[in-house]
Design a protein around this ligand. Sequence first.
Ligand code: 5U1
Length: 677
Amino acid sequence: MSEPGGQAAARAAELRERLDYHNYRYYVLDDPEIPDVEYDRMFRELEALEAEHPELRTPDSPTQRVGGAPVEGFGEVRHLVPMLSLENAFTADELQAFDRRVRERLETDDQISYAAETKLDGMAISLLYEDGHLVRGATRGDGQTGEDVTHNVRTVESIPLRLRGKGHPPRLEVRGEIYMPKAGFACLNERLAASGSKTFVNPRNAAAGTLRQLDPRVAAQRPLEFFAYGVGYCEGAELPERHSEVLEMLKGWGVRVSPLNRVVQGAAGCQAYYDQMLGERDELPYEIDGVVFKVDKRTQQQALGFVSRAPRWAVAFKFPAQEVTTVVRGVDFQVGRTGALTPVARLEPVFVGGVTVSNATLHNMDEIERKDVRIGDTVIVRRAGDVIPEVVRVLHERREGHPEPVELPAKCPVCGSDVVRPEGQAAARCSGGLFCAAQRKEKLRHFASRRAMDIEGLGARIIEQLVEEGVDGREVQTPADIYALTTDELAGLERMGEKSAANLVASISRSKDTTFARFLFALGIPEVGEVTAASLARHFGSIDRLAEAETDDLEAVPDVGPVIAQHVHEFFRQPHNLDVIAALRARGVNWPAIDYEPDVLPLAGKSFVLTGALETMTRDEARDRIQAAGGKVTGSVSGKTDYVVAGKDPGSKLDKAEQLGVTVLNESELLELLPDA
Ligand code: 5U1
C-alpha cells in the first residue's frame, strides 16, 4: 500500500483538480474538452483510490456527491439577508411603467442599463460558501427562513462544492434557481411510472419534490441543475459595480450562470429581449416562465431600494401562462389513420399559451384512468408551443357531486365497426380498416402532407370531399386513387375552380418524383416516422428488398426494435398494401435509386442540425439530400452533433453549436459534402 502523503495523495489531489476543471468546462462554460468516458475513467480511478485510502477522501471531492446518510428532518435556516420576491409585469405597458418609475426615482432622463435574464421555473436556492467551500444550501421558504437542504444540494453536479481560483470572500451567499431540465423530467417520470410510483406534474414540482427528499441518494439519481442569478450576501470583499459583472465574477469562480444573460438599454431593449426569449422558449432544454430585468448599476439599485418584499430595481416580465385551469364539458373520440381512438376533452374555452383553446387531448384510456378524469371536472390544461394542448391533471379537490366517468365506446364513432382494445395495450382501435372513412381520410392526409409526398393544395377539406363523395361515381380510397384524378373531376368539387383544379393536378404530378425515404414515410406504416423511414430506406436501398425482409433483418437496422420490425413485416405481408404500392409505381411515383452500400455512403454516421434559411434549397430538400447520403438530421444541437448548417438568420442553434464547439457549415460547405443531386 502506498503512503497517503506520497504518490496516492498526490494522484488523488491531481484527479480531484482535473475532475473539478472538467466539471467547470462542462457545466459552467458549456464547452466540454473531453468525452464522457474519459471523465468517467478519472472518476472511477479517484473512487478506487479513496476506497483504498479513506483518509484521502475530502468532503468536497467530486466523489462525495452520490449522497450521504439520510437526514431525519429539515433544519431551519434564517437567511443572512431576506430572499425577496419580484414584482411582475404582464404587458408591454406594465414594463414601460416600470422603466418610467425607475427613471423618475433616479431623477434621470438617460436610458437605464438593465441586466436581462431568463426566469427559470424551478426552486429558488441560497448557497453559502465559506472560504470558498460550500457549507450550506437552503430553500427560500417564506423569504426570511428557509429549509436546510444541504444534503441534497451537494448532489447537484452543476453546483461547485468549492469555488475555483483564489481570493474568495470569507463568506459569500450565492442565489439562484435549481431546476429539472425537460428531458430529465420526462425520463424521471417514465422511470417512476414503470415502477408504479406517483409521477410529477411538471419539472418545477419534480425539482421541489427532489429537494425535499430526506435521503440524498434519491436526489443524487435525479437530474437537477443550477443557474446562479445573484449574490445575497458578501462579507470581507467589495462586489463589482454592476450586477452583470457580479455574475461574471461568479462564473470565474466556477459558479454556473445562464449563457442567455445580456445587458440591454432602456424599455425598448427589455422588450426586444423578452420577444427573443419568448420565441426561443420552447427550444430551451428547461422551462422558463418569463424574463427578469434588473437595473445593472448597483449604486442605482441601492438608491432605488425596496418596497415591502420586492426590490424597486427589478421586475419579472412573465410569459403567457402555459398551464391554466378550466372545466371538462365532454369527451369525444377521434379516429386516427391507424384506427387508434384518441379521447379529446371538450373544454370550457380558455386562454393558454397565447391562444384560446377548447379541446385538449387525453391521449388514451389508460391516461384517463390514471389521471381519473371525469366529465365536469376542473382540470389543468397545458399548451406549450406547437404541441397539442393536453389535460395535465384533475383538481380532484374541486370535484363536486358525482361527475360522469368517461366510457370507451363499443363502436367506432365514425363507421360503427367494433372497437377493440387488446389486453395490455393503451390504445383502443376501430377494427374497420379502410372501411372506416376516418382512417381513409387520415391516411390520405398523411400521404399528401408536406413531409411525406408534399402534394401542395391537397388539404383536409378536399380529402374530406373526395372520401365522402368520390368523383364521378368513383370512390377515392387509397393513395393510388389520387394519381388518377383529372382536372375535370376535381373542378366538380365544391368551392374548387378550374384553375385550382389544374394547379392541384400539377402538384399531384410533381409529387411523383420523390425519395424512397419520403415514400416509405408516406405509406403510414404504424410506428414508422420520418427518421425510421430514412434508416430503412438507407439500409435496404430498394422497396423490393425491404418488402422481402424478415423481422430479424429489420431489427438489424439502427433504431428499429421488435415492435417496429413487426409492424413493417406485417405491412408488407398484406396483399392489399402491395397492390397499392404497385399501383402507385404504375402511375409514375418514382425515386432515385440508392447505392446499396450503406456503410460507404459519404455521410454515413454523421449527424446534422439545420438552422436559418438556405438559398439554393429549402430545409426539407437539404434534409432529404443529407439523408440520401447516409446522414441523419435532428432537431437540436448536442455534443453528438457533427455539423450545424447555418443559413440566413440562424436561430439559437448556432449559438449552441458555437458553445459546444460543433463544426458550423455554410450552405456551400454543405453542398461540397453532398453528392451531386
Ligand atoms: N433570473 C432571475 N430570476 N430571479 C428570481 N433573477 C432573479 N432575481 C430574483 C428572483 C426572485 O430576485 C432578486 C432580484 C431579488
